[in-house]
Design a binder for this molecule. Structure first.
Ligand SMILES: NC(=O)c1ccc[n+]([C@@H]2O[C@H](COP(=O)([O-])OP(=O)(O)OC[C@H]3O[C@@H](n4cnc5c(N)ncnc54)[C@H](OP(=O)(O)O)[C@@H]3O)[C@@H](O)[C@H]2O)c1
Length: 331
């Protein structure tokens, strides 16, 4: 897989990356998560399973890996994999996030799976924790799901602390969530510390059902931002596992197009993101080796005006999309 720059951050990525949200903990919101893990939540087993998927990603040429403090043991699994495979820090780009604390206690069902808190004390604690698990690999640290109402983009002490990490050599980014992703990014683009933009890249949801941020991502990319795309499969809704009767006509369109191209629905949905000129890297959220290999077929799909028309045919309004996203059940 080709290596390419992550905007002007000085970091490199590959067109496909691997995110560990589905690999680091027993519960997640993706449609068939319980089935993917075979309901085996033994920590040793889950670490071996995560390492197998990471090995497959490495073999496929993936060199960007994404974690977060709140993905259970994802940072620990990633750190132990990097060291056990003797991967040199310069061979790979590792990003993580702070701002949510994992509270599910290694259970699939929990009253609260994660607690959001974008305060200075959480930043300082989680930064130490991430460094302990990922040093010397960690090169990108992101605010996890920054929103306008969380106030984090106006919190001077947090922004100053992040600027200190930037001075120590980390690239600072933010991830977005919810129908106001675009407005949040516009605000983040204005944040400067000592006259220099604080953020170098953004992690954003863009997919065939929720393409509304396209124009602002194009602008950010022109300004040198790196763009990491997450939830390219709408948490599994853009796969054949989606049995929602209301989605059936749109799934039929996807299946027909995938079959004409001799590929899978998941690869087709990922190819739609790869075709966006502003996208630096698209995350696979594969929970198994098989899913990862299927996702990698996206790299071979030619994108045409006909496939591009899928975006108009399938998109939901952001409000519709995000209300379905928040109704997804942990499993
Ligand atoms: N706010 C944030 O910062 C944020 C939020 C979300 C995600 N992320 C990052 O983005 C990464 C990807 O996001 P995501 O996993 O939430 O969503 P996603 O990429 O839209 O969905 C991935 C899921 O799709 C399903 N899938 C993939 N390939 C498949 C195949 N061949 N056949 C059937 N199903 C298949 C699997 O779910 P099932 O098998 O369970 O159905 C897989 O876990 C995460 O790992 C994380 O690093 C960041």
């Amino acid at each position: 897989m080709e290596k390419r720059p992550l905007g002007k951050t000085g970091l490199f990525v590959t067109p496909l990356g691997l995110g560990l949200a589905a690999l680091g903990r027993p519960g997640y919101i993706n449609l068939g998560h319980a089935e993917d893990l075979g309901a085996n939540y033994d920590v040793e087993y889950m670490q071996r399973h995560a390492h197998e998927v990471l090995d497959a990603a490495w073999e496929a040429g993936i060199r960007y890996f994404d974690a977060a403090r709140s993905y259970g043991r994802a940072e620990a699994f990633l750190g132990s994999w990097l060291t056990s495979r003797n991967i040199a820090p310069e061979e790979v780009t590792i990003g993580s996030k702070w701002g949510y604390t994992y509270t599910a206690g290694w259970q699939v069902k929990a009253e609260k799976h994660e607690v959001k808190d974008h305060s200075l004390s959480v930043l300082q604690r989680q930064y130490q924790e991430s460094q302990e698990l990922l040093k010397p690999y960690l090169s990108l640290y992101q605010i996890h799901s920054a929103t306008l109402d969380s106030g984090v983009l106006e919190n001077r002490e947090v922004l100053e602390e992040l600027a200190r990490y930037r001075e120590q050599g980390l690239v600072i980014g933010l991830s977005l969530s919810g129908p106001a992703q675009g407005q949040t990014l516009e605000k983040a683009m204005e944040v400067r510390m000592d006259g220099v933009p604080l953020f170098g890249c953004v992690q954003v949801t863009w997919n065939l059902l929720e393409p509304s941020t396209g124009p602002v991502l194009e602008q950010a990319s022109r300004e040198g931002w790196g763009i990491i795309v997450k939830e390219a499969l709408a948490n599994g809704r853009l796969t054949e596992k989606n049995t929602d009767p209301e989605f059936a006509p749109r799934l039929a369109v996807l299946k027909n197009t995938a079959s004409e191209l001799n590929t899978t629905v998941d690869a087709l949905a990922l190819a739609a993101v790869l075709a966006q000129p502003w996208a630096s890297v698209v995350l696979s959220g594969a929970a198994t080796r098989e899913q990862l290999l299927s996702n990698c077929q996206a790299l071979r799909i030619p994108w045409s005006a006909e496939t591009a028309s899928l975006i108009d045919a399938l998109a939901e309004t952001p409000q519709e999309y995000w209300s379905k996203r928040s109704a997804l059940e942990w499993n």
